[in-house]
Design a protein around this ligand. Sequence first.
Ligand code: UDP
Length: 320
Amino acid sequence: MRVLVTGGAGYIGSHLVDRLLELHHDVVVLDDLSTGNLANLHRALPNIRFVKDTILNPDVVDELVAGTDVVFHLAAAVGVGHIVEKPLSSLITNTKGAENVIEACVRHEARLLLASTSEIYGKSAKMPMSEDDDRVLGSTTIARWGYSTAKAIDEHLALAYAEQGLRMSIVRYFNSYGPRLDPRGYGSVVANLMRQALDGEPLTVHGDGTQTRCFTFVNDTVEGTLRAAFDPRGEGLVFNIGNDTETSINDLARMIVAMTNSTSNIQHVSYEARYGKGFEDTKRRIPDVRRATDILGFTAATPLQAGLTHTLQWWRTTHQ
Ligand code: UDP
């Protein structure tokens, strides 16, 4: 099949591209290299068409979607740090950019896989989080929730077009991690803590560190994405794609210190010191994985220790 991956030079997107090539698809990548990086595609580049441009350019999007069977829409402003620092451009990319991609899929009758996020659930306290649950967000004066809201608009748009015949599926990612994480790119706690441990700096844990996440190894994230996109039973549906083992940030920091044999200590820093005044965090986040398991036969099975070991091996070989 001919597939288009927007955000294909990004951390998850580039792994998806590698898998699509292994499956012998004809791959086109559209990426503006804002948080993505061409080095992520070093193996793939000779075998793909790479277009450096933005999803905010409707003509380019239209031209690339024409004749494409499946569009994987992963391009987005991502990472809490970026969203809080650049709320306006993040909102524009994540709404207008997504609209360009979704509407091009409608025009050209391409199948759409929309990458969304567990941030959709906001600070909901209901655990585990199921796809049809209520969303619980804070005030519009808190920039973080703009990301959740923008992604929710994309989901609504795709779901509404599905009623008119668009073939699409939506995946909500839960804290993906693995090789190619970039502290300066998408960021994320795993990227930051691993870099700090290896550089002998204190590991900065925000708040009291009792907040939890369910960390999902990137190969699992990609496998769930592929199944949602290619399995006809996934059509029209939203899926949580995540591992459901809950880990506190304190425990994550301790694991990273132990496995890197780091001399670093763990330092608790306030949310305000990191993100400025009026920041709100999500205290817990656990996916209900039953829909993905029952319909797609998918489980994110990689244990955190094994996934971190792979990530660390990659880090050591690429950051010497
Ligand atoms: N976090 C942290 N230290 C860091 C980066 C993040 O303690 O250097 C915390 C962050 O405040 C949050 C959790 O780790 O509670 C996960 O953050 P991340 O940005 O990776 O993803 P999120 O799930 O918040 O989108």
